[in-house]
Design a binder for this molecule. Structure first.
Ligand code: ATP
Ligand code: MG
Length: 613
């Protein structure tokens, strides 16, 4: 799926609503965009083909993109399901409205960033089904490429009297900032002239001052009811090697200053972020106004809109806390199948389609809420129902011996092929040919689930117990005769008699009525497999809410590994291939450890919702 291509049909619906058939649920962001498109808010915009200042874009063509959005992660960790919401939102809106979504690395902080993360982020976004190619161009940018412009913008603010160098200590600045009830106090350095400030700022840039000895602050209003407008710091001194710009700079812009400028240089129209940035919006607008009136940035300036971040029950969505799980070896890595990272979800068996469906289904709102984990699992089940081939696996095996096998078929070594559909009837999309049938053997001995035999059946039990008649699914009807036990009383083998002439798919299949059908795998062709049964990583639905120690909420039983037997079609799986193990749920061949001859499966999810509280 390509994200950036304009809608294939010309947009015939009035008001630029998405073309009919899209079935997109509207939301406040869609309404804002549709309104902007109706009013032509952005029709005069130009685009020079690359990010740049006002003059750069003025020399460009009318922007072929109707809107521009961006996804701007900081490359300081792996992306998680919360980011997926933002990715689907930003790339999805651009796709639906004939726009372009920029992939931007917000790498203005020199300390925490790493190219390992850059690559993982690129992979994650592409895997989710999006790309940043549009109109023959790549829209992959990094904020650190804008350091020159940011510095120029800062000098402009200084010269225009909108910024000053403050040499107070950070404690003094904090004390002078005031609080909600108390206005701040002007810094003694606030009344310096622009020329003095410019000289000082250049000294900062030239490395003449210690880290932390002074900062450049915007000069706005120390009495503003919005504390973010009380002369926020916009540049600091920090001697750190940056992964892109090396040691070129010893001063770095603050996020609140850098981000609006990044948006503006890229001609972003709708800058969508999470709610915690709402209080920053006045500064965003202030900065855009100053730099537009100074002629540095093109009109109309981008605008920031906030939406509620994703909170998912039983899940942590903070890169820092996820990193702690990795570095403290609470999980096997960023891609541990229990992790809510994109790489973790992928390895667990989630599909891009299921995550997109999830993002669509939870929608976007302006108020925080918690989404139940079962919503995500439900999307996965819905996606895999018609895609994942069926197969039988025995997860807790005990041997079943068909004691009359030689009598019925002439030899104990005799085996016979059974066939079953890879997809049940209802799962084959109309007009499509069903996939080839699965073939597996039946013989004298088969593996069955330990729980499918009871020597003394509880009330209502329909599976194997002495005297009961059941079907080996896709094979023969059998009658249970008893079992063997070891000294401790544990069942070591179940005994039954096969009833010839009752094989599934043959005319005699219904000649004997079975009380139940049980899953099984033949000893003759079943393959041992490592199966990893994952459960929720945390036992607390809100593991880190209210500053709780999430480590204490770790579920000690989140991983159980069993040796199972699987039928040949499952053993032949390719890494990443998903299956429905009949009766157990969805499983994926582990993309790291699964190999031909050494199958390894992860349980993605059960067949029914087991999460709802
Ligand atoms: P973290 O706190 O996990 O480090 P972050 O917000 O600092 O996350 P960024 O790299 O800055 O991570 O995020 C990139 C984009 O993803 C931002 O636009 C941010 O708003 C969005 N995002 C991050 N977490 C979530 C979430 N839980 N739900 C929705 N969007 C999110
Ligand atoms: Mg961040």
């Amino acid at each position: 799926m390509s994200s950036n291509t304009p809608p294939s049909k010309p947009n015939s619906t009035p008001g630029n609503a998405p073309a009919e058939g899209d079935h997109k649920v509207s939301n406040f962001l869609r309404q804002i965009i549709e309104n902007d498109l109706d009013k032509g808010t952005y029709t005069q915009r130009r685009w020079a083909g690359t990010p740049g200042d006002a003059a750069h874009h003025a020399a460009g063509q009318p922007d072929p993109a109707k809107i521009r959005t961006r996804f701007p992660p900081e490359p300081n960790g792996y992306l998680h399901i919360g980011h997926a919401k933002s990715i689907c939102l930003n790339f999805g809106l651009a796709r639906d409205y004939g726009g372009v979504c920029h992939m931007r690395f917000d790498d203005t902080n020199p300390e925490k960033e790493d190219t390992e993360y850059v690559n993982s982020i690129i992979d994650a976004v592409q895997w989710l089904g999006f790309n940043w190619e549009a109109n023959g161009q790549q829209h992959l940018f990094q904020a650190s490429d804008y350091f020159d412009f940011m510095y120029r913008a800062a000098e402009y603010l200084v010269e225009a009297g909108y910024a000053y160098v403050d040499e107070q200590t950070s404690e003094q600045m904090r004390a002078a900032r005031g609080d909600f009830g108390k206005p701040g106090i002007d810094s003694p350095f606030r009344s310096r002239t622009p020329a003095q400030n410019l000289a000082r700022f250049r000294e900062m840039r030239d490395g003449q001052h210690e880290d932390g000895s002074m900062v450049l602050r915007a000069k706005i209003d120390m009495a503003s009811p919005n504390i973010n407008l009380r002369d926020p710091a916009i540049y600091r001194i920090r001697r750190a090697t940056h992964h892109n710009t090396g040691d070129t700079w010893c001063i770095y812009p603050m996020y609140t200053f850098a981000h609006p400028i990044e948006d503006a240089l890229e001609q972003i129209t709708h800058s969508i972020c999470t709610l915690e940035f709402e209080d920053q919006r006045p500064f965003y607008d202030w900065l855009m106004d100053r730099l537009c009136e100074g002629g540095l940035l093109a009109h109309p300036a981008p605008h920031q809109y906030e939406f509620a971040r994703l909170n998912l029950t039983y899940v942590i969505t903070s890169k820092r806390k996820l990193a702690q799980l990795v570095y403290d070896h609470k999980v096997s890595g960023w891609d541990d199948p229990r992790m809510p990272t994109i790489v973790g979800l992928r390895r667990r068996g989630y599909t891009p389609e299921s995550i997109q469906m999830f993002a669509e289904r939870i929608g976007v709102t302006k108020s925080d809420s918690w989404i139940d984990y079962s919503t995500l699992e439900g999307c996965l089940r819905e996606d895999l129902e018609n895609k994942a081939h069926r197969g039988m696996a025995v997860l807790d095996p005990v041997k079943l011996v068909l004691t009359n096998w030689a009598e019925a078929f002439g030899s104990d070594d005799y085996t016979e092929d059974c066939t079953q559909p890879a997809l049940p009837h209802h799962a084959v999309p109309e007009g499509q040919t069903p996939p080839p049938e699965r073939v597996f053997k039946i013989g004298k001995a088969v593996w069955i689930e330990r729980e499918d035999f009871e020597e003394v059946p509880p009330k209502g039990y329909k599976r194997l117990f002495p005297g009961n008649v059941v079907r080996l699914k896709g094979g023969y009807v059998i009658e249970c005769t008893g079992c063997e036990k070891d000294a401790s009383g544990t069942v070591t083998a179940v005994h039954a008699k096969v009833i010839p002439g009752t094989k599934s798919g043959t005319p005699g299949a219904d000649s004997v009525k079975a009380k139940a059908a049980i899953t099984w795998v033949s000893v003759a062709d079943g393959v041992p497999a490592e199966v990893r049964l994952y459960d929720r990583l945390f036992s607390d639905p809100q593991p880190d809410a209210g500053g709780k120690d999430f480590i204490e909420a770790l579920n000690p039983n989140s991983l159980k590994v069993v040796t199972a037997y699987v039928e040949p079609s499952l053993a032949a799986a390719k890494p990443d291939e998903k299956f429905q193990f009949e009766r157990f749920g969805y499983f994926v061949a582990d993309r790291v450890d699964h190999a031909p001859g050494k199958p390894v499966f992860n349980r993605v999810t059960g067949l029914k919702d087991s999460w709802a509280r």
